[in-house]
Design a protein around this ligand. Sequence first.
Ligand SMILES: Cc1ncc(COP(=O)(O)O)c(C=O)c1O
Length: 365
Amino acid sequence: MTQANEQFYCGLPLAESEVRFRRGFVIGADRFLTPTYTISPFSSQHMCDETPTCSASGGVREWFEQRFPGRQAVPTTSGRAAIRLALLHLGVGQADVVTILTTTGNHYISGCVTSEIEKLCKWSRELSPASRVILVNHEFGHPYEAIERLRSHGLPIIEDCAHAFACELLPRLPAGGAGDYAVFSFPKFFPVQCGGMLVLPQRAHVGDVGEPPALIDHVASVVSGHLSHIADWVESRKRNAAVLAQLLAPLDCTQLLPINAGTVPGAFLFRLPPDVDSEALKTHFQGNGVEASVFYGQHAFFVPVHQYLREVDLRYFVALLEDFLATRSKAAAHESGGGVCSSSQSRPGAVGGATIQGKQDRGTQ
Ligand SMILES: Cc1ncc(COP(=O)(O)O)c(C=O)c1O
């Protein structure tokens, strides 16, 4: 909450607008001079050096059809398009309800999932007699293990594997292999700007789904060229998660979910110390070039963990958190002494909604 006497510069509280140096990192630089870290491994360095060297399209589709024997894989321009296609294939009507279940059972779900569903029907977070389809989200690469138990409801199951490209539910059972439909989003795992895949149930087939062929071929080409790196990237993500857990521990931050054998983290989730204003922290990270956000519904936060991040990048994230804690406590001390800055009010466990912007950011309840 902003105090009347809080002073701002370029939209930031004054204390945060000053450029400073912490643990070897420049923090609070001009907005065109911040680094850029995204949840996706894509960066501008992948703009043109990948496509021409990649094999012809088709490799990725075959990879999916080998991973999910007997099922058809349909390339799409995005994970959202794959969700839409699955729902159209199921023939949902406006009055139908898609019930969304997640690994943590927490309220958080990306707004792009719910808004895609809303184009065709309704959604809920609890199973009820109105539920017509179950969508299980393998949250940030942490598999939802109990899919078989959901079968007793007799409803079709869509596995949302957007962040779970290489995850496994059990040894030799890939995420996407337990439900009826599986949805993938390539930019979450590959250095590519768009693209997805829908895996349909056995014996179900769809023809041409009207996605633009040149774009589909481009994505297939880039992704196909990287299929041989999957095992290495899985290890890099797990290693990055372990390094982050270690670096964050002294700041009283603990990893939210364990990294099990089948987990391949799509983002690193961690609990925040009790008095941290998570919304202000999000502004701080994003203002310093990091696509990070609040894991709404819990007093938790997430940061990128992808395969191209080096230890120095992870140290930057931790330095940002440390800087935030130091700047905010300084501001709080000023406030109690009548200074110009104030600490923001924190409300642990607050669930974000309409005011939150950005694709990754919308926690919907
Ligand atoms: C859980 C989940 N499912 C689906 C999607 C949609 O993927 P895409 O961005 O490729 O449309 C997202 C996007 O963030 C997501 O987080």
